[in-house]
Ligand binder design. Sequence first.
Ligand code: ADP
Length: 391
Amino acid sequence: MKIFVLNSGSSSIKYKLFNMDQHLEVVAWGEVEKIGEEISSISLNSIKEKIICSNHHEAFKQIAKQLKKTGILKDFTCLSAIAHRVVHGGSVFSKPVLIDETVTDVIRRMIPLAPLHNSANLEGITAMQHLAPNIKQIAFFDTAFHQSMPASSSRYALPEYYYDTMQIRRYGFHGISHHYLAKESARLLGKPLQICNLITLHLGNGASATAIQNGKSLETSMGFTPLEGLVMGTRSGDIDPGILLYLLNEHDYDAKKLDHILNYQSGLKGLCGINDMREVIQKMQLGEENAKLAFNIFCQKVKQYIGAYIALLGTVDAIVFSGGIGTNSPEVREAVCYNMAALGIILDKEENEKGATFIGHEGEVKILRIKTDEEREMANQSLQFIKESDI
Ligand code: ADP
């Protein structure tokens, strides 16, 4: 039997198909891109072809057709479960849930808090409910892992009214990834997760850091939206909110323009015109000052969060680098860990260059490099969910 793990975005759908019987072996992976555009594309196990595809429902039909044609899956009714990644679960969900009308209502209610993501996630759910009506569908929330944060981490210092009536609080994101990294770190450290203190760094286009105490999220850098915290590809991360007031009051900016600047024109892109860290590093190595500044600000911010999280946690078993940047860039890992010996963080340069898993000096805070696998985490939890709820 197989588990179909889905990540539905506004114009793309990514999936992985896991075989439940063989240690969750991946039997197929694929993607439909540019949904709704004139020409879309579909890929299966990295082989890509062009298609016409106007919406999510159509995209899933094409995926089903391709899986059938290649003999991988007869149809969606052969699945054991379908796992959907959902970005925002508000304060309601702290673990995966079987999708029913109440759950879809909550996901819909959360759309204003994650407009691009939750509406696309819901489209995926609705399409699959039509195409595989009898298969159990499970929702996994990026916010769920951070529901363990105490009020001292989750509340803003705003009047209580905004929390009570508008649920303005810190939710945190990338939770599926941070949870996976926590479990994988515990396994690598040979310690039960329940007694592990970790700082996990998911550094991709979106980037976040999480302080994990005894296996649970204690604090994380993203907040009410995925805009808070670290510098990202095109997002600003932390800035003085006074800047927004200044632009609104003195320069006639409106909310739409601010949204565009903060989400799409800032971060690495704002600083040096490029949002791809690989290119930023290349330009920096060619001596471009703006690229160097973008690199330095990105790394300094990660360093500052590590320092703050060490102060919160007291003791730390490991710092964990992940995400496209964290996994692939020895330059970023070196810059982040530079001059942190006083905090017990000493990078092993050779192991770092080699891209080993353990890249810190023995006896100090361990430094790990782990490729995150959100789909595997969802497949694993689906398996557990199926066992426990006997679906
Ligand atoms: P997303 O958040 O979209 O899932 P990823 O986790 O795939 O993003 O990370 C994308 C980022 O990883 C990009 O900025 C990309 O440049 C960066 N990246 C990938 N490989 C390297 C590399 N070898 N060196 C530096 N950055 C890299």
